[in-house]
Design a protein around this ligand. Structure first.
Ligand SMILES: N[C@@H](CCC(=O)N[C@@H](CS)C(=O)NCC(=O)O)C(=O)O
Length: 200
């Protein structure tokens, strides 16, 4: 059985949980408290030398880290990862976009607001996250005006990667009012029969 080291409120960890539910795979969830520094213990660093969750531990003890890499491992051979090279590259394109142009702003704004309660020292950074996060949301809106999912008409791990923090963007101070295609996509993703919510 897979072991997942994670925090239920983390979007990066939720990606792994959602994927496992969509695939109907069993797993054991091991709760890690980042605020208590549990990702920096010697035992945890042996699993991920970068000291971050999520980590997926395979039955043979191999530990995989980086949420989007884990999604690629789990989705291999399934309907959630196209095998055709152009489509597969487009999946990766959205996942790299998520890590470089979306998560650093949408997730960090949420961390500052939800986990830290908007400390004075981070207000300026929060405002910058909102500005750059909205830019990323506009990129998604443009794509989702044209296609039902980020890569055409098929629900893929590109959607899982971006759904994780987009659907809780409000917790970071974003409004999705001006993003009707993104809102419709959020409902589409959540309507999958094997969908599981972040805290569910
Ligand atoms: N790029 C990584 C980011 C992982 C990440 O930032 N994890 C956060 C929780 S969402 C974490 O473990 N923070 C604790 C720390 O940095 O010590 C991924 O996608 O897995």
């Amino acid at each position: 059985m897979f072991k997942v080291y994670g925090d239920y409120r983390s979007g990066n960890c939720y990606k792994v949980k959602l994927m496992l539910h969509l695939l109907g795979k069993e797993y054991q969830w091991i709760a890690i408290d980042i605020l208590k520094g549990e990702t920096q213990s010697e035992a945890f660093l042996a699993k991920n030398p970068n000291g971050k969750i999520p980590v997926l531990e395979l039955e043979d003890g191999t530990c995989l880290w980086e949420s989007n890499a884990i999604l690629n491992y789990l989705a291999d051979g399934s309907e959630f990862l196209p095998s055709e090279p152009r489509l597969r590259t487009q999946v990766l394109q959205w996942q790299f976009f998520e890590q470089y142009s979306h998560e650093p702003y949408v997730a960090v704004a949420r961390f500052i607001q939800l986990y830290q309660g908007m400390p004075e020292a981070r207000l300026e950074e929060h405002a910058r996250c909102l500005k750059l996060g909205y830019k990323a949301l506009k990129v998604m809106e443009k794509q989702l005006e044209r296609t039902s999912y980020l890569v055409g008409e098929q629900y893929s791990i590109a959607d899982i990667a971006l759904y994780a923090y987009t659907h809780v963007a409000g917790e970071g101070g974003f409004s999705l009012e001006d993003f009707p295609a993104v809102r419709a996509w959020i409902e589409r993703v959540a309507s999958h029969p094997r969908h599981v919510t972040m805290l569910g």
